[in-house]
Design a protein around this ligand. Structure first.
Ligand SMILES: Cc1ncc(COP(=O)(O)O)c(C=O)c1O
Length: 432
């Protein structure tokens, strides 16, 4: 199938031009625009299982999976049936439903959370968790790690100051200095920097927010015991730990990483490809959320029946066998990619803290964002385009994870095995 792709992109090119007239940059989320790899995005017409088809009829093995949610692959029959059934009963009521209880029970049953509140996006989940942490501690500042992404709330769009004593700076126009003045940004995997930040801002930090396994600078392994030590350190300084599992939750295992934390955030997989997310944690904290408590949080479409149906159908299919398959598939793809790149002489690191993994195009071990940024993004761009040409849709950025699904079968793996050597050679050519 890979070599039979016509690789005509004329319809995609026309749509890109048309989209750009009415949508900023032609896309509704920046990474889709191929800015990280050059060229223009392909527009998708339909998808099924492990494959997507674009509007020009090219077919792709999908290793993006909508950036994480599609852990069962596209259009899984049971998920489609659940959503269809739900749609026939009405798309939204603005009143509570049984499905919301069932989804909350699934999450509580699988994770360390005692109570959860459903929202519609990961951005909302982390934003709400931070509001709750601020309310619970009576403090305003937030500590985050460079390279971790927690959605686009103003105070998360912060770049590091010149040292831990300096608070963050806006990382986007439109973010007020006052918003990021409450954000401390330190390097990932650096407990000494966290300790120094607490000492520089005594009694001010409400929450340390971390990705349970960072996936937004590419997949980066937490150092041994890092999440546990972070929890202890936060508590020693009167702060809470928010473990962002929007990417890892229900993907790297039944409940995610489930490292100790006060509050957790989820999204992606739990919506089965529809907009559903959640934040949760200890009941005493969660009961501060309105209407049980005074901390305001709300959403017109929170717990939307279609999203709940898709999420429930997805979680119910994610049993031990599904996780074994995801792990085995991820391991095999890592092996194939590593082998092809080694053979072509391309310096690389396969970083695989879980079935969530990345291939960094450089030799340096990746412990934090500076390490990730040291890779050869041009070589990745050449690799990406050669893979696309061969019918494999990788993340259009060197700073992202490759997402596997249970729909990836032997045929898909052999397609990948065929595509990789030529793409590795394309990457090697950039370097020579
Ligand atoms: C770890 C993490 N947190 C939060 C978010 C934001 O989620 P959303 O895009 O649903 O707003 C993302 C999105 O990629 C994420 O990876």
């Amino acid at each position: 199938m890979s070599d039979k792709n016509a690789q005509q992109h004329t319809t995609s090119a026309a749509l890109n031009e048309r989209a750009s007239r009415v949508i900023p940059g032609g896309v509704n989320s920046p990474v889709r625009a191929f800015g990280g790899v050059g060229g223009e995005p392909v527009f998708i017409a339909d998808a099924s299982g492990a494959r997507m088809r674009d509007v020009d009829g090219n077919s792709y093995l999908d290793l993006v999976g909508s950036w994480g949610p599609l852990v069962l692959g596209h259009a899984h029959p049971e998920v489609v049936a659940a959503v269809t059934r739900a749609a026939g009963k009405g798309t939204s009521y603005g009143a509570p439903t049984l499905g919301e209880i069932e989804l909350a029970e699934q999450i509580v049953g699988r994770t360390p959370c005692e109570k959860v509140r459903l929202v519609s996006s990961g951005t909302e989940a982390t934003m709400s968790a931070v509001r709750l942490a601020r309310a619970a501690t009576g403090r305003d500042a937030v500590l985050k790690f460079a390279g971790c992404y927690h959605g686009h709330a103003d105070y998360f769009l912060a770049a590091a100051g010149s040292g831990v004593a300096t608070l963050g700076h806006p990382d986007s126009p439109g973010v007020p200095e006052t918003a990021t003045a409450e954000t401390v940004v330190v390097p990932y995997n650096d407990l000494a920097a966290v300790e120094a930040a607490f000492e520089a801002h005594p009694g001010r930090i409400a929450a340390v927010v971390t990705e349970a396994i960072p996936g937004n600078m590419g997949a980066v392994a937490p150092a041994d015991g890092f999440n546990e030590k972070l929890f202890d350190l936060a508590h020693a300084h009167g702060a809470l730990l928010v473990s962002d599992e929007v990417m890892t939750g229900f993907r790297v295992g039944p409940g995610g990483v489930a490292a100790p934390a006060d509050l957790y955030t989820y999204g992606k997989v739990m919506g089965g490809g529809l907009p559903a997310a959640a934040f949760g944690g200890r009941a005493d904290l969660m009961d501060r959320i309105s209407p049980a408590g005074p901390v305001y949080q709300a959403g017109t479409l929170s717990g939307n029946p279609l999203a709940v149906a898709a999420g429930l159908a997805t979680l119910r299919l994610l049993d031990e066998a599904a996780y074994r398959k995801l792990d085995a598939t991820a391991a095999e793809i890592q092996r194939l990619a590593g082998e092809a790149l080694t053979k072509a002489g391309v310096p690389h690191r396969v970083s695989a803290p879980a079935n969530l993994f990345s291939v960094f195009f450089g030799e340096r071990p990746v412990r934090n964002f500076d390490d990730a940024a040291a890779q050869d993004t041009e070589a990745y761009g050449a690799f990406f385009h050669a893979m696309l040409e061969a019918g494999v849709h990788l993340p259009p950025s060197a700073f992202e994870c490759w997402f596997v699904s249970t729909a990836i079968d032997e045929e898909a793996l052999s397609h990948l095995a065929q595509a990789l050597p030529r793409a590795a050679e394309a990457a090697a050519r950039v370097r020579s």
